[in-house]
Design a protein around this ligand. Structure first.
Ligand code: MN
Length: 292
């Protein structure tokens, strides 16, 4: 019975600059990987050089999807057109539903030291692209981390593990999984992912291998292992389960979501279903009507 997900494709990120000169690696939202339904963009940022991040992301609009910021190191202050204001600290997540429209800024709350983390864009279904904007925001202390054994811990931002640890984020449209996994050399993670979900792994420290063999035997053979190195995104094949082993002390994101299977029109900070809706978003922004 085929049920373990192997690696379908390995994608390398590309250097990019966004906001006011912030240096980052774009992994989804490039010519190599335009999108992985329902995920529209994945950026990794990480530098201890202030010139790489100090400009931040000054005021800019969004409409039609969700932006998810997960900080590993440093602090980022966000402010929006509705008067919301807060700081995302290391280990914290902000899951922002832009919906009908928001204008916000995301600026480093520090002048030196390490700033690192990820931004993921999650699409909204046509029925909810114009929903009222909202935030789901959690600090490191509020997000559960499941300690499986001396080799493996799983921080569960969204989704539910096979050991019944529930993530803090609610999203009934794509039922996302967003796990940050710490796997020490020789450790193994086995879990389930809903079979209809698109799923990927992004390794940001070390190296792991996905075990694509479909039987339940415990002894892994080299021929059945597909390596994913630091900086690589692996799109996973269809299946219900995943088995990952660490080749060295590793950290990686496991992210999955139910595809929306809807037409996508995107332009800069707007992601809608039709060209007309994109034009409307630009018009609304120009006329100061994007918000609300
Ligand atoms: Mn933004």
């Amino acid at each position: 019975m085929k049920n373990y997900r192997g690696v379908k494709q390995i994608i390398k990120g590309m250097p990019a600059s966004d906001g006011d000169g912030v240096q980052l690696t774009r992994i989804i939202g490039t010519p190599y990987l335009d999108q992985l339904d329902p995920f529209l963009l994945l950026d990794a940022f990480g530098s201890d050089k202030p010139q790489d991040y100090i400009g931040g992301f000054p005021a800019h609009p969004h409409r039609g999807f969700e932006t998810v910021t997960y900080m590993l190191d440093g602090k980022m202050r966000h402010k929006d057109s509705a008067g919301n204001d807060g700081v995302i600290e290391a280990g914290g997540v902000q899951w922002m539903t832009a919906g009908s429209g928001i204008i916000h800024s995301e600026m480093p709350e520090q002048e030196d030291g390490l700033l690192s983390g990820f931004q993921l864009w999650v699409n909204l279904p046509a029925s909810h692209k114009m929903a009222t904007p909202k935030y789901q925001e959690f600090s490191k202390e509020q997000i559960p981390t499941e300690i499986r054994d001396e080799y493996c811990s799983v921080t569960v931002i969204a989704g539910e593990t096979s050991l019944s640890t529930k993530g803090v984020i609610v999203n009934e449209f794509v039922k996302p999984i967003y796990w940050d996994i710490n796997l020490k050399k020789g450790g193994r993670l086995i879990d389930t992912i809903p079979s209809e979900h698109n799923a990927f792994i992004y390794v940001y420290e070390g190296s792991v291998s996905v075990e694509k063999n479909n039987d339940e035997k415990q002894n892994l053979q080299d021929s059945n292992l597909e390596e994913i190195r630091k900086g690589d995104l692996a799109i996973l094949e269809n299946g219900e389960k995943i088995r990952v082993i660490a080749n060295s002390d590793s950290r990686f994101l496991l992210i999955a979501g139910r595809p929306l299977n809807e037409p996508i029109e995107r332009a800069g900070p707007f992601v809608m279903n039709t060209k007309q809706e994109i034009q409307q978003a630009f018009n609304d922004y120009r006329l100061g009507r994007l918000v609300g």
